[in-house]
Design a binder for this molecule. Structure first.
Ligand code: PXG
Ligand code: PLP
Length: 438
């Protein structure tokens, strides 16, 4: 039973239909394990691990304790020109989990900050190498790299850009969704050739003007777009051939979602830079990171500038925040100790089976999945692509499931700690709802 009414006027909610929410709020007042508690006292299954960030479930004691201890010990110390031990320990730990050669870490506080940091590093790298004309950035249609100006510019979801005017000098590869791959379980076999579009971009702009290509190995926000077999390999080959840095935005795929520590590992392709956030702290404290090849870092350190010169004029007040570092170290330890990345590999076929069983339900136009991520695309109603996912999401909340809707899809990224029975219940409820909306 609700015991409280709220004044909802003052908070301008992020990425939210504020008017609809404030008419009929969905308020979460607790979280534990794989469930939320709503303010009317219901247990709600967390089918997106928060916002793709709480794969170890909620209320993990080891993480909470580490945060509590750190608050007592050092709640903040300056990260510019001074250090504290945990950020170095964490950078080493992250490096162990990355592909070989990627082992220098710059900390941020979010995926959006990681995106902009990586793009700035790419440009600064070419400048340091004596090639300042290499500034252009290439993203991909349906790509999501957060909301800051750099990430927005290379992003490829039009609705996220439309209100904000011009951004950075960038271009975009086509999305990897092909009609012949609809309802494909896991990675599509067909579509490697789509990477060759990068050669056309190079012919158009000249490799000498391009700093970097940035892609998510698996797009999350764009609606779980899975790379075709061979596609990322081909992209990497072309980048190498033309001296273009390849950035993998692994804000969603970092630390387990694909059944490996990184998407790079899951798909067998090593980029030059990897962006991280979300699962790094299990969502408990905001934190992100950009991991670069040692050779990129060295390029900044091998300078004739005096020793007191700052090599990269970039960083955030809260880069490497001690409390976030404590949360991240505890999270990475917990993921390893509980073998939760292996658990993703076990659950992936279960999710795949249940989600594809919904193929014949009304309105369903596509179903995609990989690792512990899946999306169901729904047909537009009267030309409105987002209304059905919206209505389905609201109905699922009433039925006891937090399900995220975005664009024309419902998206799923359950906790690594989900049980097979929980997944079965979730997709059974989704089936009921799809059958009940018009
Ligand atoms: N890059 C990628 C690949 C992301 O998925 C960001 C950058 C930005 O991260 P921050 O921490 O600034 O939000 C993201 C974030 C969804 C959803 O429902 C996805 C994200 C955020 C919120 C919701 O798909 N991705
Ligand atoms: N705006 C002003 C006026 C600032 O002084 C600072 C940091 O000192 C910033 C923005 C950047 O903040 P942050 O380092 O938290 O990203």
């Amino acid at each position: 039973m609700k015991t409280q009414t709220y004044n909802l006027d003052h908070h301008w909610m992020p990425y939210t239909a504020n008017r609809a929410f404030k008419q009929k709020p969905r308020m979460i007042v607790g979280s534990s394990g794989n469930y939320y508690r709503s303010d009317d006292g219901r247990q709600i299954f967390d089918s997106l691990s928060g916002l793709w960030c709480c794969g170890a479930g909620h209320g993990v004691e080891a993480i909470g304790e580490a945060v509590g201890r750190q608050l007592q010990n050092n709640d903040f110390s300056p990260g510019f020109q001074f250090g504290h031990p945990l950020s170095f320990e964490l950078a080493e730990k992250i490096s162990e989990l990355m592909p070989a050669g990627l082992n220098r870490v710059l900390f941020t506080n979010s995926g959006s900050e990681s995106a902009d940091t990586s793009l700035k590093i790419a440009r600064a790298y070419w400048q340091a190498r004596g090639r300042p004309e290499k500034t252009k950035l290439i993203g991909r249609v349906k790509g999501y790299h957060g909301v800051n100006f750099g990430g927005m510019s290379v992003g490829g979801i039009e609705a996220n850009k439309a209100p904000f005017g011009s951004g950075l000098d960038s271009d975009h590869l086509g999305a990897t969704l092909l009609p012949e791959n609809a309802f494909c379980a896991g990675m599509p076999q067909y579509g490697e050739h789509l990477a060759n579009e990068l050669e056309q971009k190079i012919a158009l702009h000249g490799a000498g003007t391009i700093a970097a290509v940035i892609v998510e190995p698996l797009s999350g926000s764009g609606g779980v777009v899975v790379p075709p077999v061979g596609y990322l390999q081909r992209l990497s080959e072309i980048c190498k051939q033309h001296d273009i840095l390849l950035i993998f935005d692994e804000v969603i795929t970092g630390f387990g979602r694909c059944g490996a520590n990184t998407g790079a590992e899951a798909f067998g392709v090593v980029p030059d830079i990897i962006n991280l956030a979300k699962q790094l702290t299990n969502g408990v404290i905001p934190m992100g990171a950009v991991v670069v090849r040692e050779t990129i870092y060295n390029c900044f350190m091998e300078t004739d500038a005096p020793l007191h010169a700052v090599e990269l004029p970039h960083g955030y007040t809260y880069s490497g925040h001690p409390v976030a570092c404590a949360a991240a170290l505890a999270t990475l330890h917990y993921l390893q100790e509980r073998e939760l990345v292996g658990r993703v590999q076990q659950l992936a076929p279960v999710l795949q089976r249940h989600i594809h069983a919904l193929r014949a339900m009304p309105h369903v136009s596509d179903i995609r999945n990989f690792g512990l991520a899946g999306a169901i695309a729904l047909d537009a109603r009267d030309g409105d692509a987002i209304v059905r996912p919206f209505e389905a999401g609201l109905a699922l909340w009433e039925a006891g499931f937090y399900v995220r809707w975005g664009g024309d899809t419902l998206q799923f990224a359950p906790p690594f700690t989900a049980t097979e029975v929980e997944l079965e219940r979730l997709f059974s409820a989704v089936g009921d709802v799809l059958g009940s909306i018009n």
